[in-house]
Design a protein around this ligand. Structure first.
Ligand code: AMP
Length: 418
């Protein structure tokens, strides 16, 4: 047996968990103040939920990336590769369209994709996800982008680049895909294998290729923004206007397309400098029609997903990660056998409002103080025969080395003093 985590997965070790709590509390504050409520959908869904949302012409690359298995009843289940499908399934299942509109939902948790593992690209990774459902206008698109932007700023990442684009309305996409097919078909053999597959299934996704030769070829062609219909263009202008009014800097991204099929109109990404090739911290877009395809009433929606690992990487680069958890207020050191149980009992009592640790075996003062120090304690309290006879503990402030005897009943107050 190999005691090793599966490739592309990793452990969040105790030293790193304060960062995750910081992330969660910042989300709760920033999104909560805008009326975004938390939803916790299951990690796996019936496979058809993802098939329907990802679309018939689903990018084979995305399809192949899904962790799919049969349960013992022969049902096909899929570990979520993203949150939107599951959140929208819950929205439909619980009739949330009857709630005051727009309905705003956030989630935090793992997602799973069988991808090539590299820096910033894992097989179990984590996303903060946000959906705003029920409003078709550019105002909520701008709000969605602003919330994402403000969350990243609140986390400590001010140097952001918002890339704003549009994939157009379905008619625009069809026309653009037809244009791409016509332009690229004759040069098909110059494209990478993945792009050839995409050309067949969903030509627009060729624009997403990281291959340099593919990029050089598509650079000669019109971008989706060059071929937007009037309605989609007006919508994009509306979003851009709000962002400008709110002082959120952005660049128009003529060729931004999203990995999944269901997007229409607004598409956006946020990048950070200095975290390597995988610089996209988050991405999102509008998906009117997706709720309907999951069996709900026609409902417009927009959402985004932020990659937690990449954000933490960027925070680390910027020196903004929170420090480790504080150590105990006091560490109890039993200096004889009797004091072991006394320390355990006193620890239970003091833990009603203090962080207290103790040694589980008899310790001489030198070793006991070293234990206290390693635990990051503020005080050490020592007990041996002499202290027991006097009803006291020897209390030592570890930073200053100051030491005094304190009656057991006054230990709590003494430890809280400075
Ligand atoms: P997507 O759902 O593909 O738009 O991804 C949204 C965000 O999730 C991206 O901008 C990344 O920050 C992050 N992300 C996507 N795939 C991975 C992965 N395999 N490993 C780590 N982060 C990822």
């Amino acid at each position: 047996m190999r005691s090793q985590a599966v490739k592309g997965t990793y452990d969040v070790l105790p030293d790193a968990t304060p960062t995750w709590r910081y992330l969660r509390s910042t989300i709760e504050r920033t999104l909560g103040r805008a009326g975004v409520r938390e939803i916790v959908p299951p990690i796996f869904e019936h496979s058809e939920i993802f098939d329907k949302s990802v679309g018939e012409s689903a990018d084979l690359v995305v399809q192949k990336e899904m962790y799919r298995f049969e349960d013992r009843g022969g049902r096909s289940l899929t570990l979520r590769p993203e949150f939107t499908a599951g959140v929208l399934r819950a929205y439909v299942e619980h009739g949330m369209h009857t709630l005051p509109s727009p309905v705003k939902l956030w989630s935090l948790g793992p997602a799973f994709r069988a991808e090539n593992v590299q820096r910033g690209r894992y097989r179990q990774f984590h996303q903060v996800n946000c959906e705003i459902l029920g409003s078709p206008g550019p105002l909520v698109d701008a709000e969605a982008i602003a919330l994402l932007h403000d969350l990243l700023v609140a986390l400590g990442l001010p140097d952001l680049r918002v890339a704003l684009g549009s994939v157009g309305d379905p008619e625009d996409r069809d026309a653009y895909n037809a244009y791409l097919r016509e332009a690229l078909e004759p040069r098909k053999h110059e494209l990478s294998e993945t792009s050839q597959e995409r050309l067949r299934l969903n030509p627009m996704r060729v624009l997403d290729s990281k291959n340099e030769q593919d990029q050089a070829i598509v650079a000669e062609l019109d971008a989706p923004l060059d071929r937007l219909g009037d309605a989609a263009r007006a919508h994009l202008d509306g979003v851009a206007q709000y962002l400008s009014d709110w002082g959120i800097a952005f660049d128009l991204a003529p060729s931004i397309v999203r990995g999944l099929d269901y997007y229409r109109r607004t598409a956006f990404e946020i990048h950070a400098e200095g975290i390597g090739a995988q610089s996209a911290l988050a991405g999102g877009g509008r998906y009117d029609g997706l709720v309907e395809s999951l069996g709900g009433p026609p409902t417009p929606g927009i959402g985004w997903a932020m990659g937690v690992e990449r954000v933490l990487d960027a925070l680390e680069g910027a020196g903004k990660l929170p420090g480790p958890d504080a150590g105990p207020n006091v560490f109890l050191v039993p200096m004889d056998e009797t004091a072991i149980d006394e320390a355990a009992r006193l620890a239970r009592d003091l833990r009603s409002d203090l962080h207290v640790q103790h040694a589980y075996v008899k310790r001489n003062p030198g070793k006991g103080l070293r234990d206290a120090d390693r635990a990051g304690a503020r005080y050490a309290a020592l007990r041996g025969e002499r202290e027991r006879a006097a009803g006291v503990w020897t209390l030592k402030h570890l930073a200053s080395g100051e030491q005094r005897e304190v009656p057991e009943s006054e230990l709590r107050t003494a430890v809280l003093e400075d």
